[in-house]
Design a protein around this ligand. Structure first.
Ligand SMILES: Cc1ncc(COP(=O)(O)O)c(C=O)c1O
Length: 434
């Protein structure tokens, strides 16, 4: 028998003898034992597909990637340590110094920072345009543009993107369309059906669904032809020195996702935004219940929107199902369900925001969305605190706007909670005046 220390590390586990578990195991390992010197050489040269090192892949993560690719009917997926890194890696795989990205101006704030600050430091320029104005997208495209980027459902106003119109503009210009499908998820919308080429996710939100873990993903839908104008995409169409000078587009093409092979072997390898096996497992568990969670959140949100629409305490409700929403038609066209985020302006004004927020019992004050718990945030003093009034207005909301993310509680309890908070604010304001 070997010593205790050796047994602590080696007993009871044999990578070559699976334990036939029913659920996906958490393969908590940084590295993998190569069976021979030849195997190590061939795996490093990408001549043989096998586990190499967990920065560029882990068996738990690979199962998540295969599942996410299947949900979006893509050819492959790449999971990363956060949504932020998924967006960064997807864009960096397409645009380098001297090149350009056109994106919507209603993006998640972290993506705006990435495009307008860090990417500009890298020499990658961007133009942010009104997502609902096709001419603005067309006018912003330059010869050095390498991607169009937008969110299928915007945040905090739950605006809906006309993906098909944007895909047509992108393809006329010979560039791919990337959709951030975080809020919709494949349960509400599958961007491939509307002409998108790549999808990115903050899996931290609705895919994970329980607010426990940061994660991100990129899905290659297998639609974009980098070979049509090869001079624009030398990273895929010229010999790639990292892998024996192979031409990624010839070796992997669309079906084998040359795009994600490059993203993984260069960007994830060099920058290191790896997903932990434990977090991959958490997201896999969340994904197992995605459609039933989103169906429940859709119906609860529709009820909350109808309640707020009728309540004098909410002056404007931003949601495609709110009365008079400009997004009702696009929601009918694109969504199988209703976004579970919404925002509304507090009629009592900005001064009443602290009293309203602190009076709530079933809405947790947190900078997140897509949790099993309902959440609330005041964007103007938190997620969008660096926006002035004009920027808030161009993003479609104001200093008195509150964002809700509807969870899985009984909708009646959520509406009763909002009602008592409106009443508390009214009483508070009466007392102050009296
Ligand atoms: C639409 C969207 N994309 C990307 C991100 C970034 O994701 P993460 O927080 O997982 O890094 C977020 C985060 O809120 C988001 O809402």
């Amino acid at each position: 028998m070997t010593g205790l220390s050796t047994r602590q590390i080696r007993s009871g586990t044999s990578p070559s003898r699976p334990q036939n578990p029913v659920t996906v195991p958490i393969y908590q390992t940084a590295a993998y034992e190569f069976e021979s010197w030849e195997a190590a050489r061939d795996i490093f040269a990408l001549r043989r597909k096998d586990n190499l090192y967990s920065r560029t892949g882990n068996p738990t993560q690979i199962i998540l990637e295969e599942r996410l690719a299947a949900l979006d009917e893509g050819v492959a997926a790449l999971a990363t340590g956060s949504g932020q890194s998924a967006v960064a890696v997807a864009l960096l795989a397409l645009a380098k110094q001297g090149e350009h990205i056109v994106s919507s101006n209603t993006l998640y704030g972290g993506t705006v920072d990435l495009l307008t600050d860090t990417f500009r430091d890298f020499g990658i320029d961007s133009t942010l345009v009104d997502p609902a104005d096709p001419e603005a997208w067309r006018a912003a495209i330059r010869p050095e543009t390498r991607a169009l980027f937008a969110e299928s459902i915007g945040n905090p106003t739950a605006s809906i993107l006309d993906i098909r119109a944007l895909a047509d503009i992108a393809h006329e210009a010979g560039v791919p369309l990337i959709i951030d499908n975080t809020v919709a998820t494949p349960a509400l919308l599958r961007p491939k059906e509307h002409g998108a080429d790549f999808v990115v996710y903050s899996a931290t939100k609705h895919l994970g669904g329980h607010g426990t873990s940061l994660a991100g993903a990129i899905v290659d839908l297998g639609t974009f032809d980098f070979g049509a104008e090869p001079h624009r995409w030398p990273q895929f169409t010229k010999p790639y020195p990292r892998v024996g000078d192979v031409v990624l587009w010839e070796r992997f093409g669309r079906g084998g996702s040359a795009f994600l092979v490059y993203a993984k072997t260069k960007l994830v390898h060099d920058l290191g935004p790896a997903l932990s096996p434990y977090n991959a497992h958490q997201i896999l568990l969340g994904v197992e219940t995605l459609d039933i969670r989103l169906a429940r959140q859709s119906s609860s949100t529709a009820a909350v929107v109808a309640f707020l629409d009728r309540h004098a305490g909410a002056s404007t409700v931003h949601h495609p199902r709110a009365t008079g929403s400009p997004y009702a038609g696009l929601a009918d066209r694109y969504l199988e369900g209703t976004p579970s985020i919404l925002s509304f302006d507090l009629a009592a004004g900005t001064e009443a925001i602290p009293a309203f927020v602190n009076a709530l019992e079933h809405f947790t004050l947190a900078a997140n969305i897509g949790d099993a718990r309902s959440l609330i945030i005041h964007p103007a003093t938190t997620t969008h605190s660096h926006f002035d009034d004009a920027q808030l207005a161009s993003a479609g909301f104001s200093a008195s706007t509150l964002r809700l993310s509807i969870g899985l509680e009984d909708p009646e309890d959520l509406m009763a909670d909002l009602k008592q908070a409106f009443e508390f604010v009214e009483a508070f304001q009466r007392n102050q005046k009296g």
